[in-house]
Design a protein around this ligand. Sequence first.
Ligand SMILES: Cc1cc2nc3c(=O)[nH]c(=O)nc-3n(C[C@H](O)[C@H](O)[C@H](O)COP(=O)(O)OP(=O)(O)OC[C@H]3O[C@@H](n4cnc5c(N)ncnc54)[C@H](O)[C@@H]3O)c2cc1C
Length: 311
Amino acid sequence: MLDSASKTFFHLLAQSGSLKRLASRYGMRRPSSFARRFIAGETVEEAIVAARALEARGLTHTLDHLGESVATLGEADAATREYLAILAAIVDAGIGRNISLKLTQLGLDVDKASAIDNLRKILDRAEPAGFFVRIDMENSPYTDVTLEIFETLWQQGCRQMGVVLQSALYRSEQDLARINALGARVRLVKGAYKEPKSVAYQRKEDVDAAYERMLKVLLTQGHYPAIATHDPHMIAIARRTAAERHLPSDAFEFQMLYGIRRDLQTQLVADGYRVRIYVPFGREWFPYFMRRLGERPANVGFVLRGILGEK
Ligand SMILES: Cc1cc2nc3c(=O)[nH]c(=O)nc-3n(C[C@H](O)[C@H](O)[C@H](O)COP(=O)(O)OP(=O)(O)OC[C@H]3O[C@@H](n4cnc5c(N)ncnc54)[C@H](O)[C@@H]3O)c2cc1C
């Protein structure tokens, strides 16, 4: 219940223009500013520095250029061009080739066909260069259309991409069977958005129970699944299940968010597991940042200490 209330509260705060202006002013301006704990920087150069540091710790990464819900085709085109430039920058830097993106960033709210075209432009450049492209999952009004676009492109032969399923949604166990049958890669998450009870479990125990069921299916029938969580209990279940099924440690990977549970990230690498870190960067960091606060209100104390420390 508390989880749901805190997601609602931070969802409402995320709509506040004045809070966004205030946060944007203070959040990233210095290396020690509070938003930098969760966001690698505002530019691709800063993201590349962060990615190199992760590689030095034995971790891999996926770079996410922050941005969502663009309102015009011009903005969607600009986001697409930025992604193409990011692909080039990653190749030039010689770091691992893996990106994550959101379909509303590519114009899904404005015109579905244009969003598909934009995704195709990115895939046409990314696939020959050996990138893997993960399509993030947004809130439930986008679940159907995201899976539909994913499946269409998959059937057309785009195979270096994967999708995300959220255990919070009632429908996800069926979606998992559908994506497993395609042979595609799934990133399993609990779900970051405030969802109504008509579509999603409201109690953390239920979200966790669904996560456990889904991760067991993924580790049996999935295709190089990504177990994306910071929850030590879920990680322990995944490790146990993989061991029982004699899965080699390179048959799946754990994923975590930049700046969260760095201790666990390091421990898993030391134990011989693959761990990929989701590295968000860009000027549009506010909604992403607010979702991280909503997941763990204790982070607010960290932010306040950062702001007070700056004065
Ligand atoms: C790689 C990756 C990609 C993701 N992609 C998506 C996506 O496409 N769509 C989507 O809806 N969601 C996505 N998420 C977010 C996900 O849905 C959850 O909201 C988030 O991971 C928190 O859930 P949890 O599994 O860590 O478990 P929880 O039960 O929420 O947390 C378990 C423990 O993790 C730590 N923790 C969790 N969150 C935080 C935080 N914000 N700050 C500090 N500590 C924290 C705490 O120690 C907590 O006790 C992604 C998550 C990851 C790791």
